[in-house]
Every structure is written in structure tokens, then in C-alpha cells.
Design a protein. Structure first.
Length: 680
């Protein structure tokens, strides 16, 4: 093996007869190769010094049974680069500072089919698939430690055999040209000729034992296919859920897409008016947030939770005054846009660096039942890279099936017809409550803060905005004493807008009958004023000093009156309520009326509460506590004739706002509250 060096290469040969050791030295006396050294771990020993006969800069050691072909590959590399040196040694490829590259050594092993099994405390452990060879790479090794914890150690033989067949050791500054030459020779698949009679008997016994126990099969990977599918589902969920706080991200995916129902005008989402565009962006974002809970369906893992359909983004509904029946898009349009945006978000997630970042915070699902959960970040980099590539492939395949995440049978339509109205929440346009007052030309003043006041003679209606919604106070006073309130109605902030509008409509109709209707002298008779409750089958009960009428199905709406006499501290107020009034947080509503309230107002409220007709709502605005009791149907378009007849019938029956209808052609302009300047 040393003959090529001592021949034409001109290396010098030295023999120590006393120690029975051979050495060869390079002509410049910077490289020295010895054999038959006293240390069995470095029976072959290579040392390199920057100065002739100087202290070693790096060392390599090999046991006696290390295949000579591997050592010869290193020696041949030193011989080949010998002609490239300058005699100062400052630019020698095997002596230059910073020439070591342990990462390159690891890459060569991994590319040859080795696997990385662990990486802890700066030590990487690699091995062959059959378990017969291992490598230990230590990033922070002592540069002068060869026989202890060196920078690169490679050994061959079964891990449980005790002493390896052979081992190779390299110190920290061993240059890449040396370590790479050794690894290329080690991983070269070309077979070597060996005489079986000269091979180690223990080696042959181990090979037969391993073969009989099928030890040559690949060891199980550190993760399963199901782990990869769970990881892919988590990555997709993150890609969809990230739009919760940024709905414009989802809208950017569809901005230039045509709205399917606009087949004639070929309008795109980006051409919608600003208010409608903001609402469309929010609704599409809501559907992506709901879809993020169901990504396991794309990979056959983690069935969707039963409550995933009820999850929406946390952003508030934009203040757009357009009723749902006048929107420029349908439920089908929103769902189609959400499918497009979902698919593009999933394609956007197919980025290896992004996938790797998401996986670092995830736990490998198959490790959870073991009681010792492991995260993906604990994997060796090579295994993590392999997992990332597989996850990327899974997501690319799943993006074609994004429509499964938005199955209409599971994810509710964003535009809905809901009943009963008393559980449907206030609606997204609370200003519609004041429509009867605007149409009757009541005087209007913007109030201090976020409110307004409507006045018509002795009647005053004051609106107040708060975080809970819009509340109203309707009061009737005296002409002679304006500060005196003869009767009043206080409407809570979560009251459905249809009930509030019904009260204002009834007041305006009664006022127009003046002088046949006298608001000063009114006598409320429960039997006549609450007849709509009786017709709807409500239960009535008198308990102690109270009379109570209760909705018969779930008991979630009631009308109550204190019947105590004045001497007993009777308040006589009427209390109408609906929904859950639990304080954490309350989602129901409450209306309080004075004891001497005009009967027409109490009757109008009772009619509105018992009205079975569905009302328009955004699914995202429905009170979550009421959803199990609601009948929700997708809002669909009606023909123009059906829309007119339905609206007329609703107004005639209930004396309040008609039910929603969206005609196919030439709809009337949507109602917008008038903003009149204050009277001076």
C-alpha cells in the first residue's frame, strides 16, 4: 500500500527495527504515515503538520483490520495533491485553515443511503440500513483528541458485538479532501475480492447470525405514514387558519376571479363596492377558518370535530347597510370563492422551509401513546428533510380536493334564513329598526357619542350604540311638561331588529289615526293585547304576584308582568325576553314596557315574537347558544313576482318589515337610513 508513495511520489521510508514500526514521510516532511503503532486504535496513524517536522495540525487513526483500500484512498489523495503545494505550506489543500467540513462528510454518507438516527448535544449518529456500520460526528471536539472523543469516528460491525471489526478516527481539523476520500471509498458499491479463509471468523459468524434473523432488513423509520399525514393536515390547517386575522389574504386569492352568478356582466370580486368587498372577504375568510378544522379529511386522518362548522373568524362584521337580499353575490358564489382560495392557500403552503417551521412545533402523533412524545424537531436533519419532502408531496396531491373541506352538508351557508326570529340575534344592520321613523319623517339629531335621537311631537326615540349592540328607549311625554314621561319602552341591545321595527311601525300607524287614538289614556288588557301568544300556543301561568306567558317548545321566550297593587310596591312593568340571559356572556335580549303602555305596542311586540317566518341573518352573527334551537336554511333568490307577493303578505299580516327576497332582475334600491342635519 505504501509503494505508490515511496516510488514516483518520492516519499521517504523509515523503519524502526527496535519497535518494528514503519513510517513514510512526504518530501517536505509535513505528512507522516505510520503502521504497526503501539495504540491498537491507531495501528495506522497519519499526521499532518503545517511546518516541516512541526506539531500535528490534524491526525487520523485506523485499526489493524481496516480495509487497506480505504487507507490507500487517503494516502493516494495526499500523493495527488502533493504536486500542488508551495514549499511554504501556506496554501496546501490538506493544511489550509478552515478546510475541514464535517457537514460534507455527513452528506456523502446520507447520499450513499446511510440514515441519521439521532442528533443530541452536538453529536450526530449515522448508520447503514443493515446496522453494520456507524458514524459519529462531533461538532465541538477537542482538536488534539484522536483516541477519545474525536470529530469523526466510523466503525464497522454489529452494534452489540462489543469490539468493532475495524474503526477509523479523524480529528477536528482533518480537511475535507481527506475525509471525503475515505468516505467515497467506504461507500463505493464495487465489491472487493477476499479469500474467505483469511477473513475473521467472528465476522463470518456474525454475518450468518444476522442473516438468519433477517437483520439485514431496513430498521423501522422514526415516523409512520400516518404521522406524515397528520403533519400534512396540521400544515394545511395552519395555512387556512392564518386568514382568521387577515381576511384580505384570502380575498387576494380571488380578487380577479369572476363571480359565478354574474354570467352576463362578468363582474369580478375585486370590482364589488368597498363595503360589499369587505363583507365578501370576511365570509370567504370564515369558510377557510371552518375548513381549517377539517383538513384531516384530505389525508384520511383525524375526523372533523362535530362543532367545526360553527367556527368563524374573530373579526367583527363590517358595518355595511346593504340587506342580504340586495347583495351582489350568493351563497354558491361565496362557497366557490372559498374553494378556490382554499386550494391556493394549500398550494402556497407547499414550501419546504415553511413546512419545516410548522413541523418543528408539532409532536409526532405515533409517539404520544408511548408516554414519551417526541417532536419533529428532535429528528436528525436528514430524517426531517425526508419527512418535509413527503409532507409537501401529500399537500400537493390534496390541494386538488379542497372542495371536500367546504361540503355544503357540513359547513353552513354564510347567508341564511333563520327561525324563530326571537333567537336569531339582532341582525347585521341594526339601523333598520329606525326605518319606520325615517319613512314617517321624524326629526333626527345625532346624539353625543355613538347614538341618535328621533323626535315627533311628544314622542322621543333614542338609540345608543355599545359593544353589545344598539339599544333603544321610546318615551311619550307631556306637551306642557316635556321632562315628564308618561310611558316608555326600553329595548335591549341584542333584541332582533324585526321586533324593534314592529314596535315603531305599530306606534306610527296608531299615531296616524289621531285623534281616534289617544296615547294619554290607554288601558292594557292582557287577554286582548297578548292574543298572539295564545294563538301561538304559549303557556300562561300566574305565580304569586306575577303573570308569565312562556313559549311552549324550549321555553326560551317569555312575557312577564308584575301584578302587585301600587300599595304593595307594584311596578306593573311588562318584561319581554328571549334567548339565553346567562351572564357569561348573555346572548338573549330583554324589552321593558311601562305598566300603562299602549296596547297596540304590546300587541305588535307579541306578534313579532310569535311570527314563524324566517329572517335574514349572517351565519357568523347567530348567537352560538341559540344555534341548536334554530332552523337555518340557505338564503336563496326568489323571482321578482314571488318577492313582491311575499313582501306584501308579510307586511299585511304582521305590520312590520317584510321578509327578505332577492329578485332576479331589477331589484329596488336597498334601504339606507337618512342622515338629516340637526335642527337649529
Amino acid at each position: 500500500m505504501l509503494q505508490p508513495l515511496t516510488g514516483q511520489a518520492g516519499w521517504l521510508h523509515h523503519y524502526n527495527r527496535d519497535l518494528d514500526q514503519d513510517h513514510v514521510s512526504s518530501p517536505d516532511m509535513r505528512f507522516r504515515i505510520g503502521l504497526n503503532q503501539r495504540d491498537p486504535g491507531a495501528w495506522w496513524h497519519i499526521a499532518a503538520a503545517r511546518a516541516p517536522l512541526g506539531p500535528p495540525q490534524w491526525q487520523a487513526g485506523f485499526t489493524k483490520d481496516t480495509p487497506e483500500e480505504l487507507i490507500a484512498a487517503v494516502a493516494d489523495q495526499l500523493r495527488r495533491i502533493q504536486g500542488q503545494i508551495d514549499w511554504t505550506g501556506e496554501s496546501h489543500p490538506a493544511l489550509r485553515e478552515g478546510a475541514a467540513n464535517l457537514q460534507e462528510a455527513a452528506d456523502l454518507l446520507l447520499n450513499a443511503g446511510w440514515r441519521e438516527y439521532a442528533s443530541t448535544d452536538g453529536v450526530r449518529l449515522l448508520g447503514t440500513a443493515d446496522g453494520l456500520a456507524r458514524a459519529e460526528i462531533r461538532a465541538q471536539a477537542d482538536p488534539f483528541d484522536l483516541m477519545g472523543r474525536c470529530a469523526l469516528a466510523i466503525e464497522a460491525g454489529p452494534a452489540d458485538a462489543g469490539i468493532p471489526y475495524w474503526q477509523a478516527l479523524f480529528t477536528t481539523d482533518t480537511p475535507a479532501v481527506v475525509t471525503n476520500a475515505f468516505i467515497r471509498a467506504l461507500t463505493d458499491p464495487t465489491p472487493l475480492r477476499r479469500d474467505r479463509s483469511w477473513m475473521d471468523e467472528q465476522l463470518l459468524d456474525d454475518l450468518e447470525r444476522l442473516a438468519s434473523h433477517n437483520a439485514l432488513a431496513d430498521p423501522p423509520p422514526p415516523f409512520t405514514e400516518e404521522d406524515l399525514r397528520n403533519a400534512a393536515a396540521a400544515v394545511c390547517a395552519g395555512a387556512l387558519d392564518c386568514v382568521e386575522d387577515m381576511p384580505e389574504m384570502a380575498f387576494d386569492q380571488i380578487r380577479d376571479e369572476p363571480i359565478p352568478s354574474h354570467q352576463v356582466s362578468f363582474s369580478t370580486w375585486g370590482r364589488l363596492p368597498e363595503g360589499l368587498r369587505d363583507l365578501a372577504a370576511l365570509l370567504v375568510g370564515d369558510m377557510l377558518v371552518a375548513a381549517s378544522e377539517r383538513t384531516g379529511l384530505l389525508f384520511g386522518v383525524d375526523p372533523a370535530p362535530s362543532d367545526s362548522a360553527g367556527r368563524f373568524s374573530k373579526l367583527p362584521t363590517p358595518a355595511d347597510p346593504t340587506p342580504l337580499r340586495y347583495l351582489n353575490f350568493t351563497n354558491e358564489d361565496v362557497r366557490a370563492a372559498a374553494v378556490t382560495a382554499s386550494a391556493r392557500q394549500l398550494y402556497w403552503a407547499c414550501d419546504t422551509s415553511g413546512i419545516g417551521e410548522v413541523l418543528l412545533d408539532q409532536v409526532i402523533s405515533s409517539s404520544i401513546p408511548t408516554g414519551a412524545p417526541r417532536s419533529w424537531s428532535a429528528l436528525p436533519q436528514s430524517e426531517l428533510d425526508r419527512a418535509v419532502r413527503r409532507v409537501e408531496q401529500l399537500i400537493e396531491e390534496a390541494a386538488e380536493s379542497a372542495h371536500l373541506l367546504l361540503d355544503p352538508a357540513v359547513v353552513p351557508a354564510p347567508l341564511a334564513l333563520v327561525s324563530p326570529a326571537y333567537l336569531a340575534g339582532p341582525g347585521h344592520i341594526p339601523e333598520l329598526a329606525s326605518r319606520p321613523l325615517d319613512e314617517a319623517r321624524w326629526s333626527y339629531w345625532p346624539d353625543e357619542g355613538d347614538g341618535a335621537k328621533y323626535v315627533h311631537g311628544p314622542f322621543h326615540a333614542t338609540a345608543r350604540h355599545s359593544a353589545a349592540g344598539m339599544s333603544w328607549r321610546l318615551a311619550f311625554g307631556s306637551h306642557r311638561h316635556p321632562d315628564t314621561v308618561l310611558w316608555s319602552v326600553d329595548i335591549g341591545p341584542r333584541t332582533p331588529v324585526e321586533i324593534t321595527a314592529a314596535i315603531f311601525t305599530a306606534l306610527e300607524r296608531a299615531r296616524l289615526q289621531w285623534p281616534n287614538w289617544n296615547p294619554w289614556t290607554t288601558q292594557v288588557t292582557a287577554d286582548s293585547a297578548l292574543s298572539p301568544l295564545e294563538h301561538a300556543g304559549w303557556h300562561s301561568e300566574r305565580v304569586s304576584s306575577h303573570s308569565v306567558w312562556t313559549e311552549p317548545v324550549a321555553g326560551l321566550a317569555s312575557v312577564e308582568r308584575d301584578t302587585r297593587r301600587p300599595a304593595e310596591g307594584r311596578s306593573g312593568d311588562w318584561i319581554l325576553s328571549g334567548g339565553s340571559l346567562d351572564p357569561s356572556p348573555p346572548q338573549g335580549w330583554c324589552i321593558t314596557m311601562s305598566r300603562n303602555i299602549p296596547a297596540v305596542l304590546l300587541t305588535a311586540a307579541a306578534e313579532a315574537i310569535t311570527n314563524p317566518a324566517p329572517v335574514e341573518r349572517l351565519a357568523r352573527d347567530l348567537p352560538s347558544a341559540h344555534v341548536p334551537e334554530l332552523d337555518c336554511q340557505p338564503l336563496t333568490r326568489l323571482t321578482a313576482q314571488a318577492a313582491v307577493s311575499r313582501a306584501d303578505a308579510a307586511r299585511g299580516r304582521h305590520g312590520c318589515l317584510g321578509q327578505p327576497a332577492a329578485p332576479d332582475s331589477a331589484p329596488a334600491a336597498p334601504y339606507s337610513p337618512r342622515q338629516r342635519p340637526p335642527r337649529r
